[in-house]
Design a protein around this ligand. Structure first.
Ligand code: TRP
Length: 336
């Protein structure tokens, strides 16, 4: 609080929490908590942009929330988007300040709409998927965030957010919205151990991601079976699979093993099994406290739900304030 910079980021309640998501983003969120005024949203309105199951959405939202707490996110900084419906209201207003052309250029829209089209003919590309960047802009601008820790894949959405904010400011003749900046930290892009040409992903199937909460035997098994050479490597070049293992070892913080195994690799004496075992041990060591905390969280679900509901109410007060001002500025009427 006080003069600390405002940080905001959000996660969709889809898929499991795997080590790619952890090392690539969530680890960073936890570290930022000491330095900035951070708020983190579980964005369930966003989860409706792709085909979804109403009977499962609420549980998915709580599951992600519990996972975030288990890896060290402060529950008092978490909000659930549908408990702050002002996001949808501001989202509508910003929709009207976003051009059709801009939305059509979003790479994620192109990717995801192609995914929907391939998945089944009984479904359709929703208008929500198309306009979702305006809702994302609302998520960010509603708290006047200075910094948004995101991966490179969100670059385009963040630039669009700044354009929308600027357009709004021009329209109302005031520097009302803060133009948010991305906050990049050096995070590894973790590849699937089963196919190191592909990013680790929850949607590609179990073998393509290593769950943060998986039991150690399973983690070891998955890393032991990592593809190290897919036959696509040029002379003298490290294969994608081996590079991924080294990068994981570094991300998991075992720099001693990293140094000595890299030495072996350079000398041409590296045994892959040694590298794999070191990676498995390091990943297990990092995730051990998460498994422990998850058990505690699951044993006290009710209390944690209550806490996140309360933090959502507190965070909502800030969102309400912004929406009230925005409605005044654009000539809409405010209740009471
Ligand atoms: N679009 C982001 C994703 O696909 C999730 C997201 C929604 C988000 N709203 C946000 C990220 C606001 C940062 C800030 O991962």
């Amino acid at each position: 609080m006080g003069d600390r910079k405002q940080v905001l980021s959000c996660i969709q309640p889809t898929g499991n929490l795997h080590i790619g998501r952890y090392f690539g983003a969530l680890k960073n969120w936890v570290e930022l908590q000491d330095k900035y005024d951070c708020i983190y949203g579980v964005v369930d309105y966003h989860a409706m942009t792709m085909p979804f199951n109403p009977a499962k959405l609420r549980q998915a939202t709580w599951n992600v929330t519990f996972d975030m707490i288990a890896i060290g996110t402060d529950p008092d900084r978490i909000f659930i988007q549908s408990l702050v419906p002002e996001h949808a209201e501001l989202g509508w207003i910003l929709n009207c300040m976003t051009s059709y052309g801009e939305l059509g250029r979003m790479v994620q829209f192109k990717d995801k709409s192609a995914q929907v089209q391939e998945s089944s003919k009984d479904t359709f590309i929703s208008a929500g998927l198309f306009t979702y960047p305006a809702l994302q802009a609302a998520d960010i601008l509603i708290y006047k965030a200075d910094y948004v820790p995101v991966g490179k894949d969100q670059d385009q959405h963040l630039e669009l957010t700044r354009n929308i904010a600027q357009r709004f400011n021009n329209l109302v003749g005031r520097e009302y919205f803060v133009l948010p900046e991305p906050l990049y930290t050096e995070t590894p892009k973790v590849m699937s151990t089963a196919n190191p040409q592909m990013k680790m992903s929850a949607s590609k199937g179990d073998k393509h991601n290593i769950d943060v909460f998986a039991d150690p035997a399973r983690i070891t098994k998955q890393i032991r079976s990592a593809v190290t050479d897919a036959g696509d490597t040029k002379e003298g070049e490290m294969s994608a699979g081996v590079a991924n293992l080294f990068s994981l070892l570094k991300a998991a913080g075992d720099l001693d093993s990293y140094g000595s195994l890299k030495g072996d690799y350079d000398a041409g004496t590296l045994k892959y099994v040694d590298l794999k075992d070191a990676v498995a041990d390091a990943v297990i060591k990092v995730t051990d406290p998460f498994r422990e905390k998850k058990a505690e969280v699951l044993a006290n679900k009710k209390q944690y739900k209550q806490r996140v509901k309360e933090s959502s109410i507190a965070i909502r007060a800030r969102a309400k304030e912004t929406v009230k001002e925005v409605k005044d500025l654009v000539g809409l009427l405010n209740v009471k």
